[in-house]
Ligand binder design. Structure first.
Ligand SMILES: Cc1cc2nc3c(=O)[nH]c(=O)nc-3n(C[C@H](O)[C@H](O)[C@H](O)COP(=O)(O)OP(=O)(O)OC[C@H]3O[C@@H](n4cnc5c(N)ncnc54)[C@H](O)[C@@H]3O)c2cc1C
Length: 269
């Protein structure tokens, strides 16, 4: 039997297709990448490492294998529909790219044993909502577009923002003021913690997504020096890409990097 529950604040953590965001007049995230992932038998070379396949394997984003153990991995991808269309590969659905990866990529084909034990499809919002609050409403997680544009990961960032949302919502409700003005504190606080990384991530996403395979090979090849690899090992952090970018930029390798990235690096800081 339907039940009506009243609350002075509602936190919309209802995902990328958030109904609560629509009810609050905020709307849904503007850019959403279609993603697909299976869990399947896959012989990993080293189950401590994920594999990434940027470029034409998943135009505009990348494909991945994430080992659960040495025999099973999560294999998936997401793509930018606009870039996939322009690449002229005919079929542009994530499923068709996944099938191509599994059956035509020599590296993956040699390790994938066929079949699957799980299958997930979903949208990955890229770029946060301009506003994540309204009278009596806060948005958190994918509903607020808080995923990392570089990796599509939204669990860490969503949980970070959700903690702030819970605190601000509780304090506002107890104080008897749940107006948009009062709840805007949440928007300010989560952006203080995440906006810089998301902004840099967005620039990296847009830059990397447009590169052709040959350009990507050149770029990755140019990073293949002992000192750069050491720096990546020491400072690489999926959740804070700006730390590594800054270290690289201001290291003795800056000339080599400027050559590889052109003026793009300068636009990050
Ligand atoms: C293929 C793929 C792989 C991914 N891999 C990773 C990864 O490895 N690491 C990572 O950090 N992130 C990953 N992500 C992103 C991650 O899944 C999301 O960022 C994260 O799940 C967002 O959490 P959320 O709670 O905001 O939204 P969701 O996980 O979408 O949860 C929203 C919940 O709200 C419920 N809901 C919606 N509408 C209603 C309603 N009207 N009434 C009641 N309930 C409702 C839904 O059922 C759902 O349970 C991946 C995404 C995809 C698509």
């Amino acid at each position: 039997k339907p039940e009506t529950i009243s609350a002075s604040v509602v936190i919309g953590a209802d995902g990328v297709k958030s109904q609560i965001a629509s009810y609050a007049g905020i709307g849904k995230p503007a850019r959403v990448l279609p993603g697909i992932q299976i869990e399947a038998p896959y012989a990993s070379e080293d189950s401590d490492f994920v594999e990434l396949f940027p470029g034409s394997s998943a135009p505009g984003f990348f494909a991945w294998t994430v080992p659960l153990d040495e025999k099973v991995s999560r294999i998936g991808l997401a793509l930018e529909p606009g870039i996939a269309c322009k690449s002229g590969n005919g079929e542009n659905s994530p499923l068709s790219y996944l099938e191509k990866l599994l059956h035509s990529n020599p590296h993956v084909k040699a390790r994938y044993a066929g079949g699957m034990t799980d299958f997930v499809v979903g949208g990955i919002p890229i770029g946060p909502q301009e506003k994540t609050f309204s009278d009596g409403v806060l948005l958190a997680g994918d509903a607020a577009g808080q995923t990392k544009p570089t990796s599509g990961g939204g669990i860490y960032t969503g949980a970070f923002a959700a903690k702030i949302a819970g605190k601000v919502a509780a304090e506002a409700a107890l104080g008897g003021d749940t107006s948009a003005r009062r709840l805007s504190e949440y928007d300010r606080l989560w952006r203080k913690g995440l906006a810089k990384e998301l902004d840099i991530g967005m620039k990296i996403h847009d830059y990397m997504g447009k590169l052709e395979d040959t350009q990507l090979n050149e770029l990755i090849g140019s990073l293949n020096t002992p000192s750069i690899l050491n720096m990546i090992t020491e400072y690489g952090d999926m959740d804070h890409p700006s730390v590594l970018m800054r270290k690289l930029m201001f290291s003795g390798n800056s000339l080599r990097l400027m050559k590889a990235f052109g003026t793009f690096l300068k636009t990050l800081f």
